[in-house]
Design a protein. Structure first.
Ligand code: ACO
Length: 346
């Protein structure tokens, strides 16, 4: 038997407030036409004053649990990807754990900026395959609006806030049976490229939160080549070619980067989930936000092969191939967990 992580539910949350390109153009030397033409972005959601990354993560987690038909107590692992945690510590994931009553396991944050969701997915999948967790929440949640220099037109127009989550559940699959769930994940980092995308602050450098700084053109060049390579790596590892992929759910940083990946895969654009026009770049939240939208509107269905990819500060990038949902004919038998069951905290 092969232990795999089925992706059994998803959920997302966007803050109410929307800032249009025109609203930005009213206070900055930019225009709707420039932003749309260079990036594909038309608007972004921005958290309300006092609304934190953890608040959005909790809403997305609750929706993902409801979609999966589970309660908080069914979750024994929470991995939350964010570069904008509520506090320096404790982990925002611990706040989510308390809020949803997932007190039967453990929770921590992962920081890989825009690639964070792919990293968190890989980590949770590995915990499940190793038998150390059975049912995991993987969350990407960000309030990038708090990291932006709102006077820097080259960066502040690009980002938005939001959260997305998926539920993974262990299932043992018989040899030769069609593979469902997370088929593989592929992660890379190149720390030498730090200076093309970073935040000029931090608890142990300046003691301030800092602002996002980016050499956009350089990031763009790396994104196109590195994402193409990691997509190849994911397909090759599974003995698949691009024609097997039902949906590309990419990180939403720039419409031109997304289109270039679709072109590389020979995929028509109607097989690419693209939310950048309405969400902008929500960093670690962008992939699960896009997935949730496509699942809710009926595009992504159980059994579809979904390719995820993302790149961001680090540079850190990665890809994952997932056959979404639960096989209808064989709801997986629950698997026993190897680690000792811990008593719930009263
Ligand atoms: N409005 C109008 N003009 C602008 C704006 C703006 N908002 N921003 C920059 N410009 C100007 C620049 O000042 C420059 O003017 P100049 O020629 O007079 O100097 C001109 O537009 C061109 O600027 P570039 O930066 O060269 O524009 P480019 O075509 O590269 O587009 C962009 C910029 C959209 C940022 C693009 O480089 C990009 O998308 N890069 C990739 C970003 C990315 O993928 N990030 C991923 C991860 S993010 C994360 O991890 C946090």
């Amino acid at each position: 038997m092969t232990r795999r992580s089925l992706m059994i539910g998803c959920g997302s949350y966007l803050p109410e407030r929307i800032i249009s390109n025109d609203e930005l153009a009213a206070r900055l030397d930019t225009s709707d036409a420039w932003i749309r033409q260079r990036t594909g972005i038309g608007q972004r959601h921005v958290a309300a004053e006092g609304e934190k990354t953890g608040d959005m993560a909790i809403r997305a987690a609750e929706r993902a649990l409801a979609h999966a038909g589970l309660e908080g107590e069914d979750i024994d692992l929470i991995v939350l990807a964010t570069a904008t945690p509520d506090d320096t510590f404790p982990a925002t994931a611990a706040r989510v754990q308390a809020a949803i009553g997932a007190l039967n396991g453990f929770a921590f944050d992962v920081q890989a900026v825009c690639a964070g969701f792919i990293y968190a997915l890989a980590i949770a999948d590995n915990f499940i395959r190793a038998g150390q967790a059975r049912t995991a929440l993987v969350i990407g949640a960000e309030t990038f609006s708090r990291l932006l220099d709102w006077n820097d037109r080259a960066t502040c127009v690009l980002f938005g806030d939001g959260a997305g989550a998926v539920v993974l559940r262990a299932a043992d699959q018989a040899p030769g049976a069609p593979s469902w769930g997370v088929l593989s994940t592929h992660l890379h980092t190149d720390g030498r490229q730090r200076d093309i995308l970073y935040v000029d602050g931090g608890p142990s450098s300046t003691g301030t939160v800092g602002h996002l700084r980016m050499v956009g053109k350089e990031v763009y060049k790396h994104a196109v080549t590195k994402l193409a390579a990691v997509i190849d790596e994911a397909l090759t590892a599974n003995g698949l070619d691009a024609s097997s992929v039902d949906w590309l759910v990419p990180h939403q940083a720039n419409r031109r980067i997304i289109e270039s990946m679709a072109h590389k895969l020979g995929m028509p654009l109607d097989k690419v989930v693209c939310t950048i026009e309405r969400h902008a770049n929500t960093s670690a939240a962008s992939v699960p936000l896009a997935l949730d939208e496509a699942v809710r509107d009926g595009r992504v269905k159980a059994g579809d092969l979904v390719l995820f990819e993302a790149i961001g500060g680090g540079l850190a990038w990665g890809a994952g191939l997932v056959r979404f949902g639960v096989p209808a004919e064989a709801a997986p038998a629950p698997v026993e967990i190897r680690r000792e069951e811990v008593e719930p905290i009263a």
